[in-house]
Design a protein around this ligand. Structure first.
Ligand SMILES: [Zn+2]
Length: 213
């Protein structure tokens, strides 16, 4: 039985042929390389030819060095999965607080929900930057459908955060008083939680997709 490795996410497929699509990251057949089991020492075990990069001719600038260092640390220390706990942890709580406000009329919960939305928006540049770096470094920036959906979910998240925060600033009593607008506001908050939950689910699939259980 031959073994094929997805060069995007590392998924191993066993069979005579590589799969049409990677079940983990949805990369197509062409992204699979055959794994050579009995490789001689020093040879690549994936069958890939090692790319030798020419040495840079110019000294990298301070900014480039700082960026390279930050980028390495982000991937090495798993800063993206750490950062995504901000939207994925706080937004469901904010939604529950908004529902408590709407159904039980407790304005303190509304205030807490508002500042939670603001805090998550402030954290978003780091969430997106760390995600972008991991995508570029670990998954070589390959634009498969799972990454397209994750990018779309991030865009929806940022747009909804801006919309809800601006709406709440313009109309501070939007969830504390009964109106049709209140239900639209709650619905958008629900979609927001769905967007970050969906992105998180796909991130989990990418990270843990190789595991059988
Ligand atoms: Zn894959």
């Amino acid at each position: 039985m031959k073994k094929w490795e997805c060069t995007v996410c590392g998924y191993i497929h066993e069979g005579e042929e590589p799969p049409d699509e990677c079940p983990v990251c949805s990369a197509d057949k062409s992204m699979f390389v055959e794994v050579v089991e009995e490789a001689a020492p020093g040879e690549s075990t994936t069958g890939q030819t090692a790319e030798s990069k020419p040495a840079p001719m110019v000294q990298p600038s301070f900014l480039l060095k700082a960026y390279t260092l930050a980028s390495e640390q982000i991937v090495k220390h798993h800063l993206h999965p750490i950062m995504v706990h901000t939207p994925n942890g706080i937004l469901p709580m904010a939604l529950v607080f908004l529902l408590i406000t709407a159904f039980f009329g407790l304005p303190l919960f509304e205030t807490a929900a508002f500042y939670s939305l603001v805090f998550v928006l402030i954290s978003m540049p780091l969430v997106l930057f760390t995600g972008y770096e991991v995508w570029q470094k670990r998954y070589r920036g390959t634009m498969t459908s799972i990454f397209k959906v994750k990018i779309a979910a991030s865009i929806v998240t940022v747009i909804l955060l801006f919309t809800l925060i601006i709406w709440r600033v313009v109309q501070p009593d939007i969830t504390t008083t009964a109106s049709n607008g209140r239900w639209v506001f709650l619905f958008l908050s629900f979609v927001l939680v769905g967007a970050v939950g969906g992105a998180g689910h796909m991130g989990g699939k990418l990270v843990f997709g190789n595991r059988k259980n």
